[in-house]
Design a protein around this ligand. Structure first.
Ligand SMILES: Cc1ncc(COP(=O)(O)O)c(C=O)c1O
Length: 478
């Protein structure tokens, strides 16, 4: 039984009597399904008080509604929205609007959907205890600092220094709603209308959306499989900001080595350009130790004034947490806070406090270590299954890192056709063209398969299924 809130129920102020006006107002709510079937109406006394009517008026309106079948009276309990609408309304019921998106919430996280970590492995009971610790703190209930919880910023300072050599101080960290908000803040804090952003192509689609939404110009930085981008293309560009995913270029899966990182840092410092370093997947490198962050190298070289470092908990914990952070030079802290203030205000408090504990008590590092081992095994299992079922029909071009594998082939099935066939078989993959700003002029085809949220046992049969859907008749050369 759902108690019904009167909410915005209002009388029509027409010529009808008050009783009729109330009858029509309530009937309107019921036939529009705004008051749920079985929901309990406020008592006649409460309704009369709320709408400044006499109780008799309300009783008369309720009785009329009951007589016509819109509500029913239950002895010594009250009035309820009738289970069935009166007959004459059945044919003209307002249709329930269904979501129009072709991708439902379940699809987003399904087998091979990129960007989703292994949700079943997250230590939920520990997390629940940490949330509970803070649930009754009255001081967390009011408005909070825009910059984010100090406890979390302190915890991050230590974590980032030891794991990513990021040089920072809590006053240079801004807590955000995932990397997504950090990207939005970064661009809006340092760019002006008319400025260009140099962005890896193919590249992270969520960043393209931020650039487009804000009307900044795009410049393509072409990424070549296994090699990455040409540094010269950066040096020749007049873009004010460079967006990079240096640990695991998304989605081509290349990485920037220390020499390349140093050159970029030098370019930014000398030319006064911004580097927006999206360090996603730095925690999950399986073939080599992670390289030092550009931000860390820049500060070792004597200044990180031009680097904005962005991180997220979406993959190391879970996407629904919606927490990320940015480490920015002191000179732009205020500008970033102004953007955050104007767009979202402060960040939910309890999750920030629980996360600070999760980091300080070593649970984040423990979870990352455990997941690194598991993802490495999943990556290996995926690679072997692909080799077994595709032989040389497709090639893996991404490095051994992160939570996805990028496949490439030439000739044969179109990438969109394969993705559609897979979807019909309940398997989600992303075509490479999803990550391209302009219609592609490639001679090769490619899809991205996430393996984060797939169990080890699911890999083999589903890769086999994908190989069948790929079609064996086509002539394919890698
Ligand atoms: C390149 C890249 N950056 C950042 C993120 C994390 O984004 P968010 O923190 O908004 O979930 C992802 C997640 O898939 C990503 O692929």
């Amino acid at each position: 039984m759902t108690p019904i809130e009167i909410g915005d129920l209002a009388l029509s102020q027409g010529k009808a009597t008050l009783q009729e006006q109330l009858f029509h107002a309530i009937r309107g709510k019921i036939v529009a399904h705004l008051w749920p079937l079985g929901g309990k109406l406020p008592s006649t006394r409460k309704m009369a008080g709320e709408l400044a009517l006499s109780r008799n008026t309300v009783i008369a309106a309720y009785e009329q509604l009951a007589a016509e079948g819109y509500i029913e009276s239950r002895r010594s309990s009250g009035f309820y929205v009738a289970v069935e609408l009166p007959d004459h309304y059945l044919s003209s019921q307002i249709p329930v609007t269904k979501p129009t998106s072709s991708v439902s919430a379940t699809d987003i996280n399904k087998l091979f959907a990129p960007g989703v970590p292994d949700l079943k492995q997250f230590p939920l009971s520990k997390w629940q205890r940490m949330l509970q610790r803070h649930a009754t703190r009255v001081s967390l209930l009011g408005n909070q600092e825009i910059q984010g919880s100090l406890a979390l910023r302190q915890a991050l300072t230590n974590y980032l220094a030891s794991s990513r050599s990021v040089s920072c101080h809590p006053k240079r960290i801004i807590i955000t709603s995932g990397a997504q908000q950090a990207l939005y803040i970064a661009l809006n804090a340092v760019l002006e209308q008319g400025d260009n952003v140099l962005m890896e192509q193919p590249g992270y689609a969520q960043m393209s959306k931020v650039v487009a939404l804000n009307g900044f110009g795009f410049q393509d930085l072409r990424v070549v499989e296994r090699e990455g981008f040409e540094l010269n293309d950066v040096f020749c560009s007049n873009a004010k900001a460079l967006y990079v995913t240096p640990s695991n270029q998304y989605p081509m899966g290349t990485t920037l080595n220390t020499e390349q990182r140093l050159q970029l840092v030098e370019w930014a410092a000398q030319e006064k350009r911004w580097i927006i370093e999206d360090d996603y997947d730095s925690e999950f490198q399986f073939a080599h130790r992670p390289y030092t962050s550009l931000q860390g190298l820049a500060s070792e070289m004597g200044g990180d004034e031009q680097v904005i470092y962005i991180g997220s908990f979406s993959k190391v914990m879970f996407n629904g947490l919606r927490l990320g952070y940015m480490v920015v030079p002191e000179s732009i802290v205020e500008a970033c806070l102004a953007v955050k203030d104007a767009t979202s205000g402060d960040t939910p408090t309890h999750t920030q406090e629980a996360l600070a504990d999760f980091i300080n008590e070593g649970d984040l590092l423990r979870h990352i270590r455990k997941m690194r081992r598991l993802y490495k095994l999943k990556h290996q299992t995926m690679s072997e299954a692909i080799q077994r079922h595709f032989a040389n029909r497709v090639e893996i071009i991404s490095q051994a890192a992160g939570l996805h594998i990028t496949l490439k082939w030439t000739g044969g099935i179109e990438e969109d056709t394969w993705v559609e066939r897979a979807k019909a078989a309940d398997i989600i993959m992303r075509p490479m063209n999803y990550y391209e700003q302009k219609p592609h002029e490639r001679t090769w085809r490619s899809v991205i398969l996430g393996f984060g949220n797939v169990s080890l046992e699911e890999i083999e049969p589903n890769i086999q299924r994908l190989a069948e859907l790929f079609g064996s008749k086509e002539v394919i050369q890698v």
